[in-house]
Ligand binder design. Structure first.
Ligand SMILES: [Zn+2]
Length: 130
């Protein structure tokens, strides 16, 4: 099996070790593989969707919060956005819940552009089938 070096913040490493120790994963690599499979399933779900769909996105921002680049991406896709909620966690973390309707391929592009932003830590999507 190939070995891949991954750089991460100290807080991410603490979270990785917590998952390794508390969630029953056999190793740090096991945690990373599980996260990769979960992301692949989510990615394929939206990538393979066709026609008009609804997606709920949870966008988590880095330490400096949402920046202008992230705002530009949201403005670009604003015709698809039906609701947003921006909030801060008890520890000051910055995040948003975004609901968007539209062509699946456009929503897939939206999530890809959000994920590529430096200030975006993670984007989780949930395809609404109802
Ligand atoms: Zn914020």
């Amino acid at each position: 099996m190939p070995i891949v070096a991954v750089s991460m913040s100290k807080s991410d490493l603490v979270a990785l070790d917590e998952l390794h120790n508390d969630a029953g994963f056999p190793s740090r690599s096991g945690v990373i593989r599980h996260a990769l499979y979960a992301l692949l399933a989510e990615h394929k779900s939206l990538e393979q969707a066709k026609g008009q769909v609804t997606v709920i996105m949870i966008v988590v921002y880095g330490e400096r919060g949402k920046d202008d680049q992230c705002n530009r991406v949201q403005i670009k896709y604003s015709p698809l956005i039906t609701a947003t909620m921006h909030a801060h966690s008890t520890q000051g973390g910055c995040f948003e819940v975004v609901v968007a309707n539209g062509e699946a391929s456009k929503l897939h592009s939206f999530t890809k552009e959000l994920r590529s932003q430096r200030q975006v830590t993670s984007v989780q999507t949930c395809l609404v089938e109802a």
